[in-house]
Design a binder for this molecule. Structure first.
Ligand SMILES: NC(=O)c1ccc[n+]([C@@H]2O[C@H](COP(=O)([O-])OP(=O)(O)OC[C@H]3O[C@@H](n4cnc5c(N)ncnc54)[C@H](O)[C@@H]3O)[C@@H](O)[C@H]2O)c1
Length: 335
């Protein structure tokens, strides 16, 4: 499968590693910053600064989109309409209508879309999922997640129109898809934010379809260098603490323990180990393998949209002071 990569910034560099180490063939790269693109690939493949030109000249089977959020929809739709499958970084789109535009373009072209929700490929997340599936933890009752960061990121992340919101739409999306990966579909959201749709801090209270509850709390207001993305689970038979994912990469959390569990009344360190960048590589390679085999990726249109729907519900809740049902959001979108 021939793949063209669009965007060679922070995450594009890791996608580049993933594609190079996969069965897929890298055929072109594209970045507005041609020097960055050229220095990333040398003479390996042609370099472009225009996506349409890249697709028309390189003829890829799939386009990998690692761009600021406001470009996810136009670039995906362009690629799909030209007959390519699409790999998208999170979030799938900068709003719900954008998710629907991508889905329509995919349906119209008969192509597939994979969204990289990399943290579900982090081995401690997979291990936690195994403990849930095997029944060892029992029924999930509550999930607590945090996203404590120090120092706001600059560049396009300072511009709410390019992000489609603030911290929740950016790094917060990882917390949302992890909540659904571990707890199942979210049905209600109530949120408190400093400034909805350009938020630096938020608290979300979640109701899951299963009856479980969850809290996600995030903010940029920690000391510089802090990145804390811990997840705690309380279940009917046990408990678990996932100490972090990006916390061991972006932040200064150290050590080899990633997951602690309380099973049969005994706390223990689980031996599972992994690294954030490896989870990104695993996620991209899983999507590439599915697309090459003509299968829908594990995280595709439905799961990508679901995470964006929870963000939208959180914004509406913060704006109105009401608890928002996800189903109510769907009525409004289709109405
Ligand atoms: N999975 C993760 O943990 C993770 C981490 C970081 C970023 N991301 C996601 O990856 C995406 C990109 O974020 P990033 O941090 O790599 O951003 P970045 O700013 O580091 O890189 C973006 C790149 O896109 C290029 N670009 C901008 N407009 C373009 C255009 N019109 N055509 C071609 N190139 C263009 C820029 O020159 C830049 O090199 C976002 O969706 C973000 O949420 C995910």
């Amino acid at each position: 499968m021939k793949v063209a990569l669009c965007g060679l910034g922070e995450i594009g560099q890791i996608h580049l590693r993933a594609i190079r180490a996969s069965e897929a063939e890298l055929v072109a790269v594209c970045d507005l910053d041609r020097e960055l693109a050229a220095s990333s690939v040398g003479d390996e493949v042609p370099v472009f600064s225009d996506v349409e030109e890249m697709i028309d000249q390189a003829g890829p089977d799939a386009v990998d989109v690692c761009l600021p959020h406001h470009l996810h929809v136009p670039v995906s739709v362009t690629a799909l309409e030209r007959g390519c499958d699409v790999i998208l970084e999170k979030p799938m789109a900068d709003d719900l209508a954008g998710c629907d535009q991508i889905a329509e373009a995919a349906e119209g072209a008969g192509r597939r879309v994979g969204v990289s929700h990399n943290q579900i490929h982090y081995k401690p997340s997979r291990r936690l999922r195994e403990l849930i599936d095997s029944g060892e933890l029992g029924e999930i009752r509550s999930i607590y997640e945090r996203l404590w960061m120090g120092g706001k990121y600059g560049g396009w992340r300072e511009d709410a129109t390019q992000v489609g919101g603030g911290l929740l739409m950016d790094a917060g999306v990882h917390r949302i898809y992890m909540a659904e990966y571990l707890g199942g579909p979210i049905s209600t959201v109530s949120a408190l934010m400093d400034s909805a749709r350009s938020e630096d801090s938020f608290v979300l209270t979640l109701g899951f379809e299963s009856g479980a509850t969850g809290v996600i709390q995030g903010g940029y207001h920690g000391p510089d260098g802090v990145f804390d993305d811990r997840i705690d689970i309380q279940a009917s038979k046990g408990m678990a603490e996932m100490l972090g994912c990006e916390a061991f990469f972006e932040g200064d959390l150290e050590g080899d323990v990633r997951l602690r569990t309380r099973l049969d009344g005994v706390w223990a360190d689980d031996p599972v180990i992994d690294h954030w960048d490896e989870s990104v590589i695993a996620s991209v390679q899983a999507i590439l393998a599915d697309l090459a085999a003509g299968r829908d990726p594990e995280v595709g249109l439905e799961q990508g949209r679901s995470a964006v729907a929870v963000v939208e519900a959180a914004y509406r809740s913060a704006e109105t002071g009401r608890t928002i049902r996800i189903s109510e959001l769907e009525e409004r979108v289709s109405g």
